[in-house]
Design a protein around this ligand. Sequence first.
Ligand code: HEM
Length: 412
Amino acid sequence: MTDDHAELIERHFRPDDPAFIDDPYPDFAALRTAMSIGRDPRSGQWILTRFDDVHEALRDRRLGRNYTQLFDHAEFGRPEPDPRWARFHEHEAWSLLALEPPDHTRLRRLVSKVFTQRSVNALRPAIERRADALLDRCAELGTIDLISDYAQPYSVGVICAMLGVPDHDTQRLLDWSHAIVKMYELHATDEQRVAADDAAGEFIEYVGDLIERKRSAPDDLLLSQLVAVEDGDDTLTVPEITSTTMVLLEAGHEATVNTLGNGMRAMMLHPDQWRRVTNGEVAPADAVEEMLRWDSPTQLFDRYVLADDVVIAGQPLERGDEVAMLFGSAQRDPDRFDDPDRFDVGRGDTKHIGFGGGIHFCIGAPLARAEVAASVEAIARRFPDIAVVEEPAYHPTFVIRGLERLRLSLAG
Ligand code: HEM
């Protein structure tokens, strides 16, 4: 690693710069061409830019999303968690995303028993009906914001219905979830952190009450199944069910909304590709894979280095270092994808890293794929001539990449 890399990273990785957020891909290309790994002098994180290295890092068991299974905070050279955000930490304490083996293995095994491809398949007709019902309302409006009029109520509605959360509570959950995910941004302000912590507290209380209600009056939906699930004599505890419910709700809708928003923007920028979907040449399910690859809704995932003598992309790393995987850059790597900047809905490549890889591979991938495909299918069937009425802008956040609005005229 040379100083050139530090300078290159500062020049081409500017998560606070609106111009970079608007279109990070030329900068990613410059970075990726010049280096596979480099240390960001501002955050101290090692940045990975290329597909193969990210793919490998996701599967490398010497890297972890957490370190507390092996070390205490002082041993790992990290401060104790900030007590001001105690409820935020409590809400994610048993999240699959915050755990490593052996806890992760156990929890994932239990959750996977009830959140399955089969349970998603059974939900498919209901998902398709929900898409059509929301599009009926959109049809009356004529011109819509795809994000607020369709994608948000749709995806939060699907996951709430699957869990068995009452319809009238979905807006509250949406507000909490929006506040909480701000904590994951690179430079969250204290004001955002306070809001995230407050939201987490209310969320914990709400889910706790709901678990009690499901215990006394179970239904056949996912939350009741999480309450009842058994593996031998092992079951889920209340804090585990709470964190799991919350991570399913949070992870379950933000990324799905942004996949639809970013992906439909890509379609509108490439009318020839949209035509291939509307005329039936390319199946919506195939188009979804390219929507995920071309404009990644999640741009960065990080890991801690948990062992000594780890070498990644030729670079020796130290225990305690952090590795940041740039998904958006990896997904446009020309060594992995032919003509990677071309949006090609018929590419048919399902082996991208849009859903991660290794032990943390997205447990919601079957649901996300079904949801986005049902939406693309219904929009293409009912409104093949949709057109953008206003240049869309991205939220000013880097890690979670999504549009503030996508205003579309349904009649063209
Ligand atoms: C298109 C939408 C989605 C995208 C792009 C996406 C992406 C991802 C990625 C990249 C990871 C791995 C993170 C890492 O390795 O650090 C992940 C994990 C996860 N996702 Fe998704 N996701 C989506 C939808 C969903 C849905 C619908 C759900 C649930 C209803 C969900 C639940 C989860 C959970 C629980 C994990 C953690 C799994 C574990 O750590 O074992 N996601 N997701």
